[in-house]
Design a protein around this ligand. Structure first.
Ligand code: BG6
Length: 487
């Protein structure tokens, strides 16, 4: 049973009427309350620019948002949750607006006995992070009688310089212990399970190195295109949007050394060590792509350049494949192939560990290891679980081998998995930063990718929507005789 938060709190959500709040945060907060996991005394204060909005309007729009997430209005639980919602207009970054915010927070504290415990959640466009943090700090809202925590959504910076600046600004007002940088992949059960899988089972760890592993692949494929997010995405691209954060989290958890303890600092120290051991990326180890019109799931879809809001000659990548190397004792010489793309044939996030061939190719003429090396496929989503591929002798003569699988599926053993945001919000409420990105971690990751961010240096290869990316991406592992898994 997950522990209940033992302190009352005020959750201050900047971007109260935005997409993230409506689609993810409100449903997650409701489910935590419904499951009895949060303290009985809490309030949610939505912050927006609109002055003609009030508590009633916010409750109404939130009821709609919950309905959209499959939580019908009308039950006593929903009514109770909606009654805990409030709205405060903060139309600008002025001292007067933030002083008013302070008065409102104090009033809610008194009214509901919240002991001045506050969480500021910035569900805002990235350009609003800096002025909001400064305004909070200058108004003195970075301290209170109770705890104060600051939650920042991704993207955390656009490159190394801006990430450093943002870290400096955060640290001017908040201590690192108060800051929670979100990467929602860390909230996924299957991603957390990487630690349990590796460090609670003695079977895999002894083979988890260059001695037994030949190559590792990490794929995060999406069926969706850019949707309605071109305004953001066309300035970001797959490297910034997915690789620098989500895929790097999968990589560091797969490659890290066992932490000294199961605590936030020990785990994050090990992740940072992996990033610091990565070899610099070379241009020839990266392939960028952009989807052209094609067919996804039997439906014709348009190309990226025809999507609404995309610049007509945009060179933003919607696909990125890389070959990465970790220069440490465990992984020296083992290539890590990463790829992520939009408008792929299906939604699939997988980590594939390919083991080396047996040292003597005893069965070579009948079915060689080069065709089917032992593989461990960890499926992050959908159909969460893992498969271990191994060779068996097919009955009868002549001697033939077949690849079979042992598998585990979450849905066979457990009820529905919690949404990543439920896990992460509960951790923020409990003050556990393990699943959040530390300042040095985010900078180490940007440091790695910064040389690739310069648009003029990139060739952008076209690929048809519904394909697995441009042919140039197949050529990348093919140099070492490797093919992408899960085709
Ligand atoms: C977000 C990206 O962080 O992750 C999106 O900005 C992407 O572009 C999304 O679609 C993918 O998340 P998930 O949980 O659906 O794999």
């Amino acid at each position: 049973m997950t522990p209940t938060t033992d302190q009352p709190f005020l959750f201050v959500a900047f971007g109260a009427t935005g997409d993230l709040m409506q689609r993810k945060l409100l449903p997650a907060l409701f489910r935590l309350a419904e499951r009895g996991l949060v303290h009985r005394s809490y309030r949610i204060l939505g912050i927006g620019r609109a002055k003609d909005f009030d508590d009633a309007a916010f409750r109404k729009s939130s009821a709609e948002a919950l309905k959209g997430a499959g939580i019908p209005a009308g039950s006593p639980r929903v009514r109770e949750f909606l009654a805990a919602l409030h709205y405060q207009a903060v139309p600008d970054f002025s001292a007067a607006s933030y002083a008013k915010l302070g008065e409102r927070m104090d009033a809610l504290d008194r009214e509901a006995g919240l002991e001045s415990n506050r969480i500021f959640y910035l569900a805002l466009p990235p350009q609003a992070f800096e002025p909001t943090i400064s305004a909070l700090g200058e108004a003195g809202h970075n301290r209170a009688r109770g705890f104060v925590r600051l939650v920042i959504e991704k993207p955390f910076g656009r490159d190394l310089v801006s990430a450093r600046e943002l870290n400096e600004l955060c640290h001017r007002w908040f201590s690192e212990q108060q800051i929670y940088r979100i990467d929602h992949y860390l909230g996924k059960e299957t991603v957390q399970n990487l630690l349990v899988f590796r460090f609670a089972n003695s079977l895999f760890e002894p083979v988890w190195s260059r001695d037994r592993i030949e190559q590792v692949q990490i794929t995060v494929a999406e069926e969706l295109g850019v949707e309605t997010r071109a305004q953001y995405y066309d300035h970001a691209g797959a490297l910034r949007d997915m690789v620098q954060n989500h895929l790097i989290q999968l990589l560091t958890l797969t490659a890290m050394e066992p932490p000294a303890k199961f605590d936030a600092e020990a785990i994050r120290n090990e992740k940072v060590k992996v990033l610091r051991s990565m070899e610099p990326l070379r241009e020839e180890d990266v392939v960028f792509g952009q989807y052209a019109a094609g067919v996804v799931d039997a439906t014709d879809v348009r190309g990226y350049l025809e999507e609404e809001g995309v610049a007509p000659k945009s060179r933003t990548e919607t696909y990125c494949a890389l070959r990465m190397s970790i220069a440490n004792w465990r992984w020296q010489g083992v290539p890590f192939y990463l790829r992520s793309g939009k408008r792929m044939p299906r939604r699939s996030s997988q980590i594939t560990i390919s083991f080396r061939c047996p040292p003597v190719a005893m069965f070579q003429p009948f079915g060689s290891c080069a065709v089917s090396p032992n593989q461990l496929v960890i499926t992050v989503q959908p159909d969460e679980g893992f498969d271990l591929h191994f060779e068996v002798k097919a009955p009868d003569e002549p001697l033939r081998m077949r690849t079979e699988r042992m598998h585990f599926r979450y849905h066979d053993s457990f009820d529905t998995l919690p949404e990543a945001y439920e896990t992460l919000l509960l951790d923020v409420l409990q003050g556990d930063p393990t699943l959040f990105v530390r300042a040095d971690e985010v900078e180490a990751s940007w440091e790695l990718f910064s040389p690739l961010l310069e648009p003029s240096k990139r060739a952008i290869h076209s690929y048809s929507a519904g394909s697995w990316g441009p042919p140039a991406a197949d050529a990348l592992p093919a140099r070492e005789g490797v093919r992408w898994a899960n085709k």
